[in-house]
Write a protein that binds this ligand. Sequence first.
Ligand SMILES: CC(C)(COP(=O)(O)OP(=O)(O)OC[C@H]1O[C@@H](n2cnc3c(N)ncnc32)[C@H](O)[C@@H]1OP(=O)(O)O)[C@@H](O)C(=O)NCCC(=O)NCCS
Length: 180
Amino acid sequence: MDCVLRESALQIRLEQPGDVEAITHLNQLAFGRLDEAFLIAHLREHAQPFVSLVAENEDGQIVGHILFTPATIHMPTEDVQGMGLAPMAVHPDFQFQGIGTNLLKAGINHMADMQIPYVIVLGHVDYYPRFGFVPASLRNIRCQWVGIPDEAFMILVLDPIAMQNVSGTAYYHPVFEEVM
Ligand SMILES: CC(C)(COP(=O)(O)OP(=O)(O)OC[C@H]1O[C@@H](n2cnc3c(N)ncnc32)[C@H](O)[C@@H]1OP(=O)(O)O)[C@@H](O)C(=O)NCCC(=O)NCCS
């Protein structure tokens, strides 16, 4: 199989009902287990907004997927709503060709269009900073889970004014706690 991707042939679009099976399969392949696919299925049922983008190649194959669901930063006086990025996956045959980059850029633009003030992510420390993510600890924002390496829990601030005095503990959608 020729797995070299021509970038112009890649379409990034919102998930459609007919994509569900392909998204499940893709995540299972990329992570080598079913946990993330199971998580996505539960989030699809319970999380709103559920912003799921796919990358489709010219053969109509879904080769990448990224998901954003609601996140909350708890402060003493208020909760600040944003979005959590998780999971994201690129088909193993198509990794290192820029698909993840395209998905992330499209996802971030989508979040900005939705006027989401921030996006949190727990992930590869060498990958997400190139898109503007910084360690959340720099803003005194902590992860809900203990034992996470400080630099692996990151935040992308899209609305600096809204986020000016925001600090506290950040939570993914409750489904993460139930399923993972
Ligand atoms: C991480 C992932 C989504 C990246 O997608 P991709 O399409 O391969 O990435 P791109 O081609 O856009 O970018 C390639 C860059 O990402 C980096 N990268 C890829 N996988 C990485 C990983 N596991 N850890 C750190 N960096 C990684 C590469 O080093 C490369 O860096 P370079 O541009 O400096 O050479 C993909 O490798 C994947 O699906 N991995 C398995 C599932 C996973 O780990 N998901 C992320 C959970 S946080």
